[in-house]
Design a protein around this ligand. Sequence first.
Ligand code: WT7
Length: 592
Amino acid sequence: MKADSIIKELSGWKVAPNLKDYNEARASFSWDAVRRDLDGLPGGGLNIAHEAVDRHADGARRYHVALRWIDRAGAAHDYTYGRLRALTNRFANALRSLGIEPGDRVFVLSERIPELYVAALGTLKHRSVFCSLFSAYGPEPIRTRLALGRGKVLVTTERLYRRKVKQIRRTLPDLKHVIVVGNEGTTPGGSDTIDFHRLLSSVDEAFTIPPTDPEDAALLHFTSGTTGTPKGVVHVHAAVIGHYATGRLVLDLHPDDVFWCTADPGWVTGVSYGIIAPLVAGVTMIADQEEFNAERWYGLLQDQRVTVWYTAPTAIRLLMKYGERVAGRYDLSGLRLLTSVGEPLHAEAVWWSVKVFGHPIHDTWWQTETGSIMIANFAAMDVRSGSMGRPMPGVEAAVIHRKKGGQIKPVQEPEATGELALRAPWPSMFRAYLDDQARYQDCFVGDWYLTGDLVRRDRDGYFWFVGRADDVIKSAGHLIGPVEVEQVLMEHPAVAEVGVIGRPDEVAGAVVKAFVSLKPGYEVDEALRLDLRAHARKRLGPVVAPKEIAFQPVLPKTESGKIVRRLLQAQERGSTEANRSHLDEPNEAEEP
Ligand code: WT7
């Protein structure tokens, strides 16, 4: 691959970057020093919500806008740090009034509305564990995660409750309270739910965060692997050290920034960078209720004078499809830094960005397990288009090969492909897979955490993404486990066997495709295909359900009878190369 660089001049910056010299920053970096930059709680405690909200509300930034929420109609609603403190205090008191204990899990299933942010931060203040679920999930992924996480409280909206939760609630014995945000003009019904706003107004506005150990669990995120059920990834309050450091050094946040992370808090990026990092930095963050729309997004960047933007390659590719002319109608001169994460960002997208925005997009790499950005193209560093960049100061990254007997061997030669490994620990490293110590242990060999991603490192220390070592699917930046999809398809009476893979897609990166063999007595026809698709969409939601179903009498298997997804993948690559003309719709973010 061509290693084109976009040279960054240090002169002429509107704002001097926080990280000016990469090597110098690495040499002088220490996590302890970052921790000392934060406030902490009396007695050595550390609480994410104190750093994100109360610290600013107690000080000079009390009247600074923390959250600017853009409603569906496009109107902006401001929440200052002071107001956010009062609301999150109320939510923490509300949990206490319901008898919720620290460590209990509080789930949120909601579109992007202010109550989601209040619940997240109030939960952290109370020291219960926050877990958010993607609102476009169908009832099955919601049920699985609530059950695995033994959620005690669920905060949701009236519409989502009616459509997705009501039907599964009896199967969740641990779920004690459902707190519902009503649609405007209606009162959320039923004696088995609690009205969010009524509950908050019934409790006190003052709350003192109790002592919080930095190692206390704070966040639970579900992620998918090749096998088994989704994994509950546990993060602790100390993770805020990582959120803060990367917010400063990678996203280059300065006090007057207006920051917009487009990721939904149903995924890790939307929590680490759509809630925590910008607030800890004390900036104004934008949250948009609406889904992707090119004109709306350009309009938002322009009207809100967004200075730092964190988005995803799929969104960039959608904007590219709309063409440069559309972008030209907007004043995007406020933007200072563009960043992206979640899937490979191809060199063309970086160059397109230079043309349209006057700045390259800076790719960043991390995972649910790493909790914060590990590898990045830093603002002051030359951007190598197509590369993920270089490790964050304080993070040591290596390319390794796994050897027989579970050992690993570092690969020294530049340009050689191997698995990306990170030297453990760092503050935002996950501390457990929920109830699965063995699976957690398997991620580590000696001091090294193995990421499951294949990469190369060039002569200058820039990392390049090669692929995944496992079978998980990245569709529009969302990680989807094939097993979850296969299980739901297997429920259908016609299905004998099924294998699910990601089919390459120009916009979404990959889309979910299922290969199905039928039981005797069933015949391949369009009606059956539609029925299967409908079944999957109803149970899984539009993001996880397969976009395409292919019938195949025999699926490739190992001798022991396991379906080999890699062979389905290879088979698919063969046929897409033969016929590149048929492309399905990209990802549909919301349900119809
Ligand atoms: C996987 C992690 C990072 C938070 C959002 C997703 C892929 C991530 C990049 C990148 C190529 C990337 C990797 C990684 N990925 N960033 N810049 N270039 N691939 O977190 O859902 O846990 O997914 O996303 O395969 O392992 P996640």
